[in-house]
Design a protein around this ligand. Sequence first.
Ligand code: SF4
Length: 311
Amino acid sequence: MLAGLVLRKQGIEVEWITFETPFFSAVKARRASDTTGIPLTVKNITPVYLKMLKDPHCGYGKHMNPCLDCHALMFRLAGSIMPAAGFDFLFSGEVLGQRPMSQTRQSLRYVEKHSGFNGYILRPLSARRLPETMPEKEGLINRELLLDIAGRSRKPQIKLADEFGIKDYPAPAGGCLLTDKNYSNRLRDLFDHQKTYTEAELHLLAHGRHLRLDENAKIIVGRTQQDNENIIKYHNPKEDNVIKVNNYPGPIVLMPRGGKKDSIILAASICAGYSKAPDLAPVEVQAVTPQGHETIKVLGILPQEVKHLII
Ligand code: SF4
């Protein structure tokens, strides 16, 4: 927001582009656009993002976050529409030294080089600490009116937001599932066991408990009503099995892309174990598969007995 407003203050027409995948959304960007009136384009980039995510040139951060290659890809995609849209350069709100991995001088340089738009990426908040960019050299921008913020403190940004009268701004960081430990474990497991993934499958990784039963079958057990709703929302009735205990409250259990009969029975027993059905008595469980409905009688397996299966 601040980078856009700093440029707009010197009379430059700015627009934003932001990207969506199952790992991060455009919610904050939409809010920022509403607050400032800066026009926003939102693009879903899941297929091209996944390709990069499988094998990022610079590797991952603490979890499955490929921050440097993520930034480079986003600039590359933004740059690819820049000339046709009639714009002269790219800019971002990155601040030198703000993040340990992605905003060091070296990282900013890496991103620029690998984006394919060397010299055309301006970081208005730190510009006076960085080499001059093409738009500055060409006189499109007055470098003197750009800023020299650096480091981890947010105080200068908070002060600047105040000067611009911006009160509604999102908390720094957060929001990318690739920086979440549990999500990253599940994603790695998915990469290890499947060659292709739908967007819905990637959304499912954020909901419920995930248990790997064997090389070909995993289940997702709803922990809350919200989990159960999301499991149903993102499941694929043409391929997945949905398992639920009859007559007692209990979780929805999803077996994405189905599984063999013995996996379904194991899933049904786990489902019964997580339900309110009495222990040590046979429980009726319903399995809905693409082939039809089936009722199975099983003995519940208690959650502590399947802890080792949790991904
Ligand atoms: S935190 Fe997520 S969205 Fe942000 S740069 Fe890293 S991988 Fe990309």
